[in-house]
Structure formats: C-alpha cells, structure tokens
Design a protein around this ligand. Structure first.
Ligand code: BG6
Length: 369
C-alpha cells in the first residue's frame, strides 16, 4: 500500500536506502561475504572462465555495473546482453560459462527464454531476482534474491539499486572463491557497501526539493541528454530510460568519451545535458576528462546539470547547476548518482501531470516475448 505517499514511485525511491541495506543483511560475517545460496555452485564458480549477464531494461543497466565490479574484483570476463538479443544469435556457451539473469519480477518472458536456452546449451545459471518463488529462479541452478520489497510502480527504482548490490556481492563472493582479492580488500569493499544506505538517505533528503524545482522549469523540454564515463555510463543510460518511460521525453544516454564521435552534433544552444561527474579524489579518476567534456558541450550552448561529489569545486564554473552526492569509492558512486535521476524522472512526469506509477503503453512485467 501507498501508506500516505502520493505515488508508489515516490515511496519506492524513498525506499532505495532500505533496499540496499536489506539486500546486504545477513550476507557477510567478519569482513567476508557469506552466500550459502551459492553453495550448490561452489565447484562451478571455481571453474568458470566467463560470466554472461542477461536482462532487459533497467535490470540490464544494473548488469552493466555488475560487469565493472566482477571484472575488477574477480578478474573474470563479463558480457552483458539484452535477453532477447542473446537468445536469438547462437551465442557461444559451455559448462564454464555462468549465465546470470537479473530480473525484478522473475517473470520477464524474454529473460526466462534466454535462461532456458542457456541451460539447454550447457551453461550454469544463476538468477538475481526480487520475487520469491517466481519462474526464473525456479528455472535456474541457484538464486540470489534481492530484498527490495515489492515494487509496484512500473518503472523500476529501488529494485535497480538492490540488483547492483546483489551483483557486487556476487563479485566479492567470486573474488573470495578464486583468491583474486585478499581478505582486507574484500572487507574494505563490504564496508563501502554497508556505508551506502546512510549516504543514499542523504541523497534522497538533500536532492529532492532542488530537483523538483528543476523539473518544474523544464516541464516543456523536448529532449534531455545524459553523459557519463566508466560506471557513470550505465547511470546515464538509466537516467535516460526513466525520462522516456515516465515523462515521454526523448532522452539519450551516452558514454562521455563517445561525444566527439557523433553525439556532440546534437548539442545546440539550450540543450539540457545531465553529466555524471566522477569523484576528483581518486588519483586515477576520470574527473579531468569529464570536466573537459563538460567544457566542450558548454562551449556549444548546452545547459549542464552536473551530478558531482560534495566538495568538488572544480566542476562549479562549468555547470549551470550542481546536484551533490556524498563521497564513495569509484565503483560505488553510481548507486548514489542514480537516485537524483530517478527523482528527476518522477518529478518531470509529475510536472507534466502524468501518472508516474502507470506510464502509458508499459507493463510492470512483460510475460510475452
Ligand atoms: C520492463 C519494466 O518492461 O521490464 C522495466 O517496465 C524493467 O521497469 C524491465 O526494468 C525488466 O523487468 P524485470 O522484472 O525482468 O526486472
């Protein structure tokens, strides 16, 4: 039930911190990841040489973030594919491939068919799912549940952050199993994960009213672009998807490095561009590159709304607006940066007088191919 909230979406965005916290709950001990639900795959996880993540929509963007973390920590190559593309292109699969499906509902037909196909072709299958007892987990060798709680609004929000959390736990579990991270490193990443719920609370609290104002003055905008690099790239794609789904606005997410290879031609005076800015603190940070991307689009008249770390002053002269997020290590930044974009999609839809819980033409779970 909505419990006094104006929409399920608003309620579910406010539950993003809790969705992460509940997905972490009971899954670590003394600085190590403990996932007994993966015991049946113990031998397999030592032998696999490849992970393929399959999903649709928002879940696929969570999968892209999982790729960055699993490759960084467990040093296993990860491909992320849309379920419906994977299923119909004769993919290369064998017993050393772990196919990880990501689905909030556990009923998405495209993903279910892809899981069945993978199993028939010798791959081992793991489901990351938010719905106990749904079909995809039942068809998989093992399941790692997200504990976001029931998600009612059609466009996914809290399930997304829970899916990323589960994929990161999987990455740490694989790293432990395969010895690619030592205990201290695993513990440090777990601490980063455990610190997220409080930081997410801060973002929901601090960003909401400013974003509502921004959405209000943008209510007749025709097009919005989103730019990010590295883990900011899937966030850009997710921000764009939310605007399409909720506000029926043409929106595109781009890898910022790709700008000069095409998308910069779209920039004309007044074009609104959200830019996800990485923390400047990390010595290997892409911060300078993203700031120079901002300068390039600014010079062509873009109106830039930066999502940047508290204390990042370098970005201020180049942005029309800065939405602040707390510091987190690079792989964890996207979980914070995505929340203002979820809020923005919702607020823009509300400013346009649309139904944020039930956007036109969409269904919460698509049970046909
Ligand atoms: C879409 C929903 O149709 O399916 C999206 O509208 C969702 O919100 C996508 O991301 C995948 O759904 P699921 O249940 O497999 O995660």
């Amino acid at each position: 039930e909505k419990g006094g909230w104006p929409s399920f979406m608003k309620k579910e965005i406010s539950e993003e911190p809790e969705a992460v916290a509940k997905t972490l709950l009971g899954r670590s001990h003394d600085g190590a990841v403990t996932l007994p639900e993966l015991d049946s795959l113990h031998d397999v996880l030592g032998e696999i040489n490849r992970v393929v993540v399959i999903a649709c929509g928002t879940a696929a963007y969570a999968g892209m973030l999982g790729k960055y973390a699993i490759e960084a920590w467990a040093r296993i190559p990860v491909d992320v594919e849309l379920s419906h593309e994977f299923r119909y292109r004769d993919p290369v699969l064998d017993g050393r491939t772990l196919v990880v499906s990501v689905s909030q509902s556990g009923e998405t037909m495209d993903t279910l068919m892809a899981v069945k196909y993978a199993a028939q072709h010798g791959a081992r299958t793991l489901s990351i799912c938010n719905t106990q007892g749904s079909t995809i987990p039942r068809e998989s060798d093992a399941v790692l549940y997200t504990h976001a709680g029931p998600e009612v609004a059609v466009a996914s929000t809290k399930a997304f952050v829970a899916q990323v959390t589960a994929l990161y736990l999987l990455g740490l579990h694989l790293a432990q199993r395969r010895g690619t991270l030592d205990g201290a490193h695993v513990a440090a990443q777990l601490t980063e994960l455990q610190n997220l719920p409080d930081k997410l609370d801060q973002v929901v609290e601090s960003a909401s009213s400013r974003i509502a104002e921004l959405a209000h003055w943008m209510s007749d905008t025709q097009s919005v672009l989103f730019l990010g690099r590295h883990v900011g790239y899937p966030v850009a794609l997710e921000g764009a998807l939310k605007l399409k789904e909720l506000a029926y606005i043409h929106a595109e997410g781009f890898a910022a490095g790709e700008l000069k290879h095409g998308p910069i031609a779209l920039i004309e005076p007044g074009q609104i561009v959200f830019v996800i800015v990485p923390s400047p603190r990390d010595p290997s940070s892409l911060h300078p590159k993203v700031v120079s991307n901002i300068q390039e689009i600014r010079a062509r008249g873009a109106r830039v709304i930066a999502i940047a770390e508290i204390g990042d002053v370098a970005v201020v002269p180049f942005a029309d607006e800065v939405i602040r997020i707390p510091f987190a290590a690079p792989l964890f930044e996207p979980l914070l940066a995505v929340v203002p974009l979820h809020i923005f999609g919702m607020e823009l839809a509300m400013a346009k007088g649309l139904d944020v819980d039930q956007p036109r033409n969409l269904a919460k779970s698509v049970t046909v191919e």
